[in-house]
Design a protein around this ligand. Structure first.
Ligand code: HEM
Ligand SMILES: [Ca+2]
Ligand SMILES: [Ca+2]
Length: 303
């Protein structure tokens, strides 16, 4: 099932209605990353976790209320996805510049791009014109986001179902060149798997106890070399069996994606160019356009 449209999104969507949009967003992203480098990674991930669940519609931003359960408590998101306060700060700046015009879904897309650039990655023109969902789905978030336990075929399938290719899967996974994972996400890998560098496993075990429930939230960098720099070191790690997540190492484990990982490890520019292609395709997943959805006033609730 292909859910991407050759969308009605366009890079100049707000050029008349909000000419200063990009200059309103960027300094807020910049100052958030200056405060905490990891936030850049968190904002890139927020875009992924929005787009994979009913499309890039800002659904992930909706807070739970007494009468509504959104996506924030889904297993892949709870105690893990972050950056909501930064999105609020960006929204405030954007509302000041152009009240009632720019969707929260588009703000997430721009923040992901700006974060990538600030951390040293490639730039691209962000397609815009998404509108905000009036609903969110806990079950869709639980079912639509890939867990780190997936094998290569499962990863390929979940990406293909959204119109993203195997090459997009590998390129987009390259965003694990930045950010952190919790012990609970990589415990089984560092204790039970054999396709892992033994010294690397030993280092990671020192802060991630083997007992379930102990140290679950202890963090480790997804890229052991340059965790705050957007580069191709993640792929070099995979060649050395130093992927932190099971799903990372699946991309270089004797299967069909080995050659793509090798290509990216040898050519950062090829990685960057495929990453941009992947981010634009991911951003095209079933947007709400025209009169669908709304422009939220507050990204955390429907109007
Ligand atoms: C291919 C399937 C993927 C799986 C199984 C996966 C899984 C994960 C897991 C388990 C974590 C650590 C979460 C935690 O322990 O709290 C993580 C972090 C992260 N993921 Fe993925 N991911 C995938 C694809 C992607 C994609 C496509 C992107 C973006 C385009 C992305 C961006 C990130 C970033 C930047 C972080 C670090 C976030 C932070 O430090 O706050 N991931 N991912
Ligand atoms: Ca969504
Ligand atoms: Ca890196």
């Amino acid at each position: 099932e292909i859910t991407t449209t050759d969308s009605q999104l366009s890079t100049n969507f707000y050029s008349k209605s909000c000419p200063n949009l990009f200059s309103a967003v960027k300094p807020v992203v910049k100052s958030a990353i200056n405060k905490e480098k990891r936030m850049g990674a968190s904002l890139v991930r927020l875009f992924f976790h929005d787009c994979f669940v009913n499309g890039c519609d800002g659904s992930i931003l909706l807070d739970d209320t007494s009468s509504f359960t959104g996506e924030k408590t889904a297993i892949p998101n709870r105690d893990s996805v972050r950056g909501f306060e930064v999105i609020d700060d960006i929204k405030s700046a954007v509302e000041k510049a152009c009240p009632g015009v720019v969707s929260c879904a588009d703000i997430v897309a721009i923040a992901a791009r700006d974060s990538t650039v600030i951390l040293g990655g490639p730039t691209w023109n962000v397609k815009l014109g998404r509108r905000d969902a009036k609903t969110a789905s806990l079950s869709a978030a639980n079912n639509g986001l890939p867990p780190a336990t997936f094998n290569l075929n499962q990863l390929i399938s979940i990406f293909n179902a959204l119109g993203l290719s195997t090459r997009d899967l590998v390129a987009l996974s390259g965003s694990h060149t930045v950010g952190q994972g919790r012990c609970i996400s990589f415990r089984a890998r560092i204790y039970n798997e054999t396709n892992i560098d033994s010294g690397f496993a030993k280092t990671r075990r020192s802060k991630c106890p083997s007992t379930n429930g102990t140290g679950d939230n202890n963090l480790a960098p997804l890229d052991l070399q340059t965790p705050t720099r957007f580069d191709n070191k993640y792929f070099k790690n995979l060649l050395n069996q130093k992927g932190l997540l099971h799903s990372d190492q699946q991309l270089f484990n004797g299967g069909s994606t080995d050659s793509i990982v090798r290509t990216y490890s040898n050519s950062q520019s090829t990685f960057f160019s495929d990453f941009v292609t992947g981010m634009i395709k991911m951003g095209d997943i079933s947007p709400l356009t025209g009169s669908k959805g709304e422009i939220r006033k507050n990204c955390r609730r429907v109007n």
